[in-house]
Design a protein around this ligand. Structure first.
Ligand code: UD1
Ligand code: CA
Length: 463
């Protein structure tokens, strides 16, 4: 057991001008979560306490997005550089003594294992600072790492670099581990005599060296991890990388993706093995998909629980629904929030459900609306059935008990209750409760007028 403590600071005060957005940059989403949540959750998962977020632009919105996470906030009112940003978190870490991880809110692709490696190296080397670096073919714009063998001498920003230093391809990712509180003492002594007139966090490294401390570096194997997001082009690139990782994880866990490049699975989704997912499927939010499911092309599932062996046919849209096992949904079904299917259900084409509990084995195979309803087990709902749940002011419930057979083109004028094992004649408009085991007919009786068409004068025809 290593008793050394670890805390984290996540920088997120910058404006993100190049996003051309009203929304703070770090709240733009990747795989269903604001980009800021990735570094914050990475720090929490590593065991960092506290995690301090440095906010500036859009501080209120940023705070609100982390409402349910254990983080504290420090405000950097003016963005005077990365060194100044970390210094803004000093008060939040007044009593903290240990390792301090520094992350950026706009660098979402770092893997947990990488952070752990960085920490392990920092501790093994008893360094005062350890920086995460990457080798880039095109290092433009980044700070360059100055080295003497294994030892890091410092970092020079592109704008301050000599021609020769610009040739260096090892760059600063902007991710570090420092030892606190020492790093704050050094930061407090830094000036801003440089090309940008900013307080450079990078200057801490050379200052530590001068004070006789060890500065180490970990070189990333996969430079993509350090990708920072400044524009929507980079947002899309990062999202594609993240999607590839998520998709590979599910394939390695036994899920078939027919075309992974065209499959969109949010970070928080869970999927059981032997499920097959066809192209153009989006699984969003905290959806849970069972094992042995088939999800056909063009299905969208948001925040649903889908049981084992379910088939979701093409073009269906499911939101906030629970689908019991072995059910068959779609094509083109619309299951809205509050839909709860017990299992072995069939919900066919152009069927819409909302706030509807439907018992085991019940079917609505075509062209139906079931809303604010409670449907029992083994109920058959005929084509074109409508629960008329809304009178223009209030919503009312329809209750259909077990084993009811609803003939096609029936309207239930809610509130109404249909007793078990009843049969509703096709074309009925049901306005009153039906007792169990009854036949209900609510349509005008048919009248046949014989020879009527023969007697009718045909237009345009002479008699
Ligand atoms: C910084 C590094 C550079 C490194 C690069 C990696 C410095 C001086 N340079 O560049 O060596 O290659 O990151 O991306 O540190 N931020 C604040 N407050 C500020 C300034 C920045 O919160 O006053 C935040 C930004 O929101 C961003 C992060 O710090 O999340 C990095 O800022 P950015 O301006 O992108 O980095 P550079 O200073 O250009
Ligand atoms: Ca800058």
């Amino acid at each position: 057991m290593n008793a050394t403590k670890i805390a984290a600071v996540v920088l997120a005060a910058g404006k993100g001008t190049r996003m051309k957005s009203e929304r703070p940059k770090v709240l733009h989403e990747l795989a269903g979560r604001p980009m800021l949540h990735y570094p914050v959750d990475g720090a929490l998962a590593l065991g960092c306490r506290p995690v301090v977020l440095v906010t500036g632009h859009g501080a209120d919105e940023v705070r609100a997005s982390l409402r349910d996470r254990q983080v504290s906030f420090a405000l950097q009112e003016q963005q005077l550089g990365t060194g100044h940003a970390l210094l803004s978190a000093r008060r939040s870490l007044e009593d903290f003594c240990g390792d301090l991880l520094l992350l950026c809110g706009d660098v979402p692709l770092l893997r947990r294992e990488t952070l752990q490696q960085l920490l392990d190296l920092h501790r093994a080397e008893q360094a005062a600072a350890t920086v995460l670096t990457a080798q880039l073919d095109n290092p433009r714009g980044y700070g360059r790492i100055l080295r003497d063998g294994d030892e890091v001498l410092g970092i020079v920003e592109e704008k301050d670099a000599t021609e020769q230093q610009r040739g260096i391809r090892e760059v600063n990712t902007g991710i570090y581990i420092f030892t606190a509180p020492r790093v704050f003492d050094i930061l407090a002594g830094l000036g801003r005599d440089n090309a940008q007139g900013e307080y450079y966090l990078t200057d801490v490294l050379a200052a530590l060296r001068r004070a006789g401390q060890r500065v180490q570096a970990l070189v990333l194997e996969d430079a993509d991890e350090a990708m920072g997001i400044n524009s929507r082009v980079q947002l899309a690139e990062a999202a594609a990388i993240l999607r590839r990782r998520i998709n590979e994880r599910w394939m390695l866990d036994g899920v078939t993706l027919v075309d992974p490049a065209a499959t969109y699975i949010d970070d928080a989704v869970k999927i059981g093995p032997d499920t097959v997912i066809h192209p153009g499927v989006s699984l969003w939010g905290e959806s849970r998909i069972g094992r042995n499911c088939i999800i056909e092309p063009g299905v969208t599932v948001t925040g649903c629980e889908v049981g084992d062996g379910v088939r979701l046919k093409s073009g269906s849209v499911l939101e906030g629904a629970q689908i019991g096992p072995q059910s068959d949904i779609g094509p083109m079904a619309h299951l809205r929030p509050g839909t709860i299917l017990a299992g072995r259900n069939k919900i066919g084409n152009f069927v819409e459900t909302k706030k509807a509990t439907i018992g085991e084995g019940s079917k609505a195979s075509h062209l139906t609306y079931i809303g604010d309803a409670e449907v029992g087990a083994r109920v058959n709902i005929g084509c074109g059935t409508i629960t008329c749940n809304y009178d223009g002011v209030n919503k009312h419930r329809t209750i259909i008990e077990d084993e009811v057979f609803v003939g096609s083109d029936t309207q239930f004028i809610a509130p109404v209750r249909i007793g078990r094992n009843s049969l509703i004649g096709a074309g009925s408009t049901i306005t009153k409760d039906v007792p169990a085991h009854s036949l209900a007919l609510a349509r005008s009786p048919q009248k046949n007028i014989e020879n009527w068409t023969l007697r009718r004068k045909k237009p345009g025809k002479k008699s």
